[in-house]
Design a protein around this ligand. Structure first.
Ligand code: ZN
Length: 147
C-alpha cells in the first residue's frame, strides 16, 4: 500500500500548505476554541448553522501539519451537511482513528487520508482536535481541549 500512503501524505501536505476555509467567519452563529497542549495545536472554529444545515464553516489558528490538514478537510466536508450527519461523521471518524473500527455510519471519503494516525497515539489528538472543537461549537461551548 506504499502508493496509497504516498497519496495520503500528498493530500495532507496540500491541505497543510493551502488550508481550505481558513480565516474568520464574520456572521458565524457559534464559535469555539480548540487546544491540544500535547502538540501545541490551537484553532478557532466558526460555524454558521441555518436551521439544521451547516451553511458555512471556517477556522483559523496554528498547529502541526496533521491538525491543520484535518481542520481543512473537515471544513471542506461539512459545508452543506445537516448537524445530525456531521455528528454521525464525527463519531465514525473518531472510532476509526482511535479504535480502528470502521463500523456503521457515513463514508469517510477523503477523510480517510488521516486514518494512518491511529498507529501514532500522540497524533490522534492532532487529527481529532478540529472535530472536538466542532462538537463544542455545535453545543455552544466556548472551548475544547484534548487534555
Ligand atoms: Zn499536532
Amino acid at each position: 500500500m506504499a502508493d496509497l500512503r504516498a497519496l495520503y501524505q500528498e493530500v495532507i501536505f496540500d491541505h497543510n500548505r493551502n488550508p481550505r476555509n481558513f480565516g474568520r467567519l464574520a456572521d458565524a452563529t457559534s464559535q469555539a476554541d480548540g487546544n491540544n497542549p500535547l502538540c501545541g495545536d490551537r484553532l478557532r472554529l466558526y460555524l454558521k448553522v441555518e436551521g439544521d444545515i451547516i451553511a458555512d464553516v471556517r477556522f483559523e489558528g496554528s498547529g502541526c501539519a496533521i491538525s491543520t490538514a484535518s481542520a481543512s478537510l473537515m471544513t471542506e466536508r461539512l459545508k452543506g451537511m445537516t448537524v445530525a450527519d456531521a455528528e454521525a461523521l464525527f463519531r465514525k471518524f473518531h472510532a476509526v482513528v482511535t479504535e480502528g473500527k470502521e463500523g456503521e455510519g457515513p463514508e469517510l471519503g477523503k477523510l480517510s487520508v488521516l486514518t494512518g494516525v491511529r498507529d501514532y497515539p500522540a497524533r490522534v489528538k492532532c487529527a481529532t482536535l478540529a472535530w472536538h472543537t466542532l462538537e463544542a461549537a455545535l453545543h455552544h461551548q466556548a472551548a475544547a481541549s484534548t487534555e
